[in-house]
Design a binder for this molecule. Structure first.
Ligand SMILES: NC(=O)c1ccc[n+]([C@@H]2O[C@H](COP(=O)([O-])OP(=O)(O)OC[C@H]3O[C@@H](n4cnc5c(N)ncnc54)[C@H](O)[C@@H]3O)[C@@H](O)[C@H]2O)c1
Length: 350
């Protein structure tokens, strides 16, 4: 199992994408985003996505080099049309446009249509929080979904993630979570490793609970449960439906429908500049007091500490900066096979 540093992971991505004829600046935007996901421990959104992304380019779902058009442009609202370029390229542009506007009037909302997979949402909201914004972001995925609504046994919703971030003196708060019981990528990782998954995440094609990720990928297709599972899944379903409305209906990208082929992701991003809303010194003081209060909660048996949203990812990053990122043998085999097929030289990378 090779172990790679962040710069090696990014270089691996750049070389493979360049060999798939992706323009240089876009290779860099995508490759650095994937490497960053590995660094914070979200391997399901890391370099293992290169196989899927190259396939998307070859099938024409991703159109590298496509321009990003501005459809609506008011002082506080932008609607962008990504014309099916890489999601990371479009989302980075959306973030830059939104931050520029929010610096002027204190707030900005950006919608993106015709976008591809944007990867880990927390990367964008954390960047916004580190620049002084409170940020909310969501993404939906029109076309066949993977998640059954509460009480249902067929796929009708996407994993529709939500991220919220806010500046804090000792590290931004970064909530970044699916509105489903699990991210699809986590099932894929377990499936690749031949491992079972915890109970409560998926049902099989007959609506029965399952711990076998194969039940999701093989016919009759099972479904991911909404966040809250069989007991409280109405809450996850509700959040997911609203993500479809904000990201799909308002952006014009569309919502999850069984009668449509794979569609384009819709993105919603909302930014508020903290120092235009409240006194920054006071805010920072309150944030510190709040963190101390939560962390000093007496712990239940089996728990040694309380973590803030985004803290575990920051920890994994500092661990992986020391130790590197282990790439599972099967993922490495697929990456080297892909590089060989495309004629990409990755010999000095791994
Ligand atoms: N682009 C897309 O289409 C898409 C779709 C689905 C998911 N995703 C991404 O998948 C990733 C994984 O999502 P997920 O829901 O599996 O995340 P997760 O369950 O690993 O983490 C969810 C949140 O909980 C926090 N957290 C984790 N452990 C904690 C603990 N012990 N105590 C307190 N807080 C804790 C994390 O910091 C995070 O904010 C996300 O980065 C998401 O953006 C992307």
């Amino acid at each position: 199992m090779p172990t790679l540093s962040e710069s090696q992971l990014a270089e691996l991505g750049r070389r493979i994408l360049a060999a798939a004829k992706v323009p240089e600046s876009e290779c860099d935007a995508v490759a650095t985003h994937l490497a960053d996901s590995n660094m914070v421990g979200h391997d399901s959104h890391g370099v293992m996505r290169l196989m899927q992304y190259v396939e998307f380019v070859e099938q024409g779902h991703v159109k590298p080099g496509s321009p990003i058009d501005t459809v609506v442009d008011t002082p506080t609202i932008s609607v962008l049309d990504g014309n099916f370029n890489f999601g990371q390229v479009i989302a980075k542009r959306g973030l830059a446009v939104g931050m520029e506007k929010a610096k002027q009037l204190g707030t900005a909302t950006v919608f993106v249509r015709n976008c591809n997979h944007i990867g880990r949402l927390g990367a964008y909201t954390e960047e916004a929080a580190n620049a002084g914004f409170a940020a909310m972001m969501s993404v939906n995925a029109p076309g066949p979904g993977g998640v059954a609504p509460f009480g249902g046994m067929e796929r009708r919703l996407g994993t529709n993630p939500i991220s919220m971030a806010a500046p804090s003196p000792n590290g931004a708060f970064v909530l970044d979570m699916t509105t489903s019981a699990t991210a699809e990528g986590k099932l894929r990782v377990a499936h690749q490793k031949g491992e079972s998954i915890p109970e409560g995440l998926i049902i099989d094609g007959h609506g029965n609970p399952s711990t076998n990720p194969g039940d999701y990928y093989n016919k009759p297709y099972g479904s991911i449960l909404p966040l809250g599972g069989s007991l409280m899944g109405h809450k996850g379903t509700g959040l997911s439906v609203m993500v479809d409305v904000f990201c799909g209906m308002l952006s014009g990208s569309g919502v999850c429908r069984t009668d449509l082929p794979r569609g384009a992701n819709g993105v919603w991003l909302h930014l508020m500049q903290v120092d235009q809303i409240t006194d920054l010194a006071e805010y920072n003081g309150w944030m510190n007091t709040y963190v101390e209060s939560l962390k000093s909660t007496p712990k239940r048996p089996g728990f040694s500490e309380i973590l803030m949203p985004g803290e575990i990812e920051r920890r994994r990053r500092s661990e992986r900066e020391q130790s590197g990122v282990p790439i599972p043998d099967e993922t490495w085999r697929q990456l080297t096979e892909l590089a060989e097929r495309l004629g990409a030289d990755i010999s000095q990378v791994g």
